[in-house]
Design a protein around this ligand. Structure first.
Ligand code: NAD
Length: 420
């Protein structure tokens, strides 16, 4: 008899996680239902003039999941696989991420179905500006503050900031975070997710008595999060980066790779594959390499019940959102692996986004050292609260992180009450 197919719809996974935690916390069933439901969803269909003169209609979303703790916050993703359920899941995870990081924000996410790799810069700018204009009815510095995600970057945020500023007639830098530093971005934002991931890895290594100096690290995804994590682990911790990958596949060198040289190679050739002295591996093989630390930093559902038993890393540091299915979580927990859950492990990005928003609101900027120190403090405190919860309740770190987060949001409802 064949096994029932594992559920891979990210929003169904997100809801199951809430059910599990809600039951364990003995939450009011009505509150569990509320936590499984996005507060507001906007779908926008809009035309963009393409370079060849034709009009193309794009579909985009902005899901505002929950704002019990503060204004909505969450990135914008450009990808051909974007769907409403994916955006809902990502918005849901943002809610718990902000809560576990102790930030005064709720959760949101946006996305546009498109293939940014096949679009010119002009097409991307026109699409971004029109999407920003379409969602402008619900975003704003006190309402909902977007940021970059997969295939969007500081430039994308600059276009959004400019579009919103043009429509109101004055500059509104605080409407987005992850902007270029020249127009109000924060120092340290670009690498913040990865720096936070490095601190989380370091804290886990301390508690599991792993020496990270010289430890082998595999990184899936070589974009903003994956590249910066590889670079920081290499430069600041002295770890050995043995494998990295991008959408075309990966490379492996047991003697170690220099992330900066790999980046220069990728910028020249379009891929990490073919980097001198390295062996080709597939994205699937990379996950199962014999490494000390594995950092999935690309997309969802890469560690499933199919491959979880073969993961050899002792620490799995989730740079990506939703890389592990609940079934895979159970398998790895039973095997004694330490999985640093996304909502904690990659929370450094939204933390420095919060710092950027604070700096914009008070129009007073911090040094890179101040940003990094505040980020480190916030990561270490959040890590401790999750680690201690896991020890006390004898659960894995994901369950512990959700317990901390959901408790905080539930407490906000208790304090605010239900309107009217
Ligand atoms: P990015 O666009 O900068 O990089 C994505 C990378 O993944 C690229 O190297 C791409 O080649 C690679 N990739 C794409 N499809 C792949 C596949 N099928 N297999 C392997 N690699 C593939 O995006 P990013 O900002 O680095 O985001 C990566 C992940 O981190 C996402 O899950 C995102 O939600 C999460 N995240 C990002 C931030 C942030 O601040 N940027 C914060 C928290 C979480």
């Amino acid at each position: 008899m064949s096994k029932p197919r594992e559920e891979l719809n990210p929003f169904e996974i997100a809801k199951r996680q809430i059910d599990r935690v809600g039951r364990r916390l003995k939450l009011d069933p009505g509150l569990i239902e509320l936590f499984k439901t996005p507060k507001r969803e906007l779908t926008v269909n809009f035309p963009v003039r393409m370079d060849d003169g034709n009009l193309k209609v794009f579909t985009g979303y902005r899901v505002q999941y929950n704002d019990a703790l503060g204004p909505f916050k969450g990135g914008i993703r450009y990808h051909w696989n974007v769907s409403l359920d994916e955006v809902r899941a990502l918005a849901c995870w943002m809610t718990w991420k902000c809560a576990v990081m102790g930030l005064p924000f709720g959760g949101a996410k946006g996305g546009v179905i498109c293939n940014p790799k096949e679009m010119s810069r002009g097409e991307l700018e026109r699409m971004t500006r029109r999407y920003a204009s379409e969602i402008s009815v619900i975003i704003g510095p006190e309402k909902d503050i977007p940021a970059p995600d997969v295939y969007t970057d500081a430039q994308t945020m600059a276009w959004i900031m400019d579009t919103i500023s043009m429509s109101v007639g004055y500059a509104v830098p605080e409407v987005v975070t992850g902007k270029p530093v020249g127009i109000g971005g924060s120092l340290g934002r670009e690498e913040a997710t990865s720096r936070g991931l490095m601190y989380a890895t370091r804290e886990a290594a301390k508690r599991t008595k792993m020496n990270l100096k010289g430890a082998s690290v595999g990184v899936q995804g070589f974009g903003n999060v994956g590249y910066n994590y590889a670079r920081l682990m290499h430069d600041e911790i002295g770890a050995k980066i043995v494998a990295v990958s991008d959408s075309r596949g990966g490379i492996y060198n047991p003697d170690g790779l220099d992330p900066m040289k790999v980046l220069a190679f990728k910028e020249k050739t379009g891929s990490v594959q073919g980097f001198p002295g390295s062996k080709k591996v597939t994205n699937e093989e990379l996950l199962e390499l014999d490494v000390d630390v594995l950092a999935p930093c690309a997309l969802e559902n890469v560690i499933t019940s199919e491959n979880a038993a073969r993961i050899k890393a002792k620490i799995v540091a989730e740079g990506a959102n939703g890389p592990t299915t609940p079934e895979a979580d159970d398998i790895m927990y039973e095997r004694g692996l330490v999985v640093l859950p996304d909502i904690l492990a990659n929370g450094g990005g939204v933390t420095v986004s919060y710092f950027e928003w604070v700096q914009n609101m008070q129009e007073f900027f911090w040094t890179k050292r101040e940003v990094d120190e505040k980020l480190e403090g916030q990561m270490v405190r959040s890590f401790e609260s999750v680690w201690n919860m896991a020890q006390k309740e004898k659960v894995d770190l994901r369950m512990a992180a959700y317990m901390v987060a959901i408790n905080r949001v539930a407490e906000a409802y208790r304090l605010r009450g239900i309107y009217p």
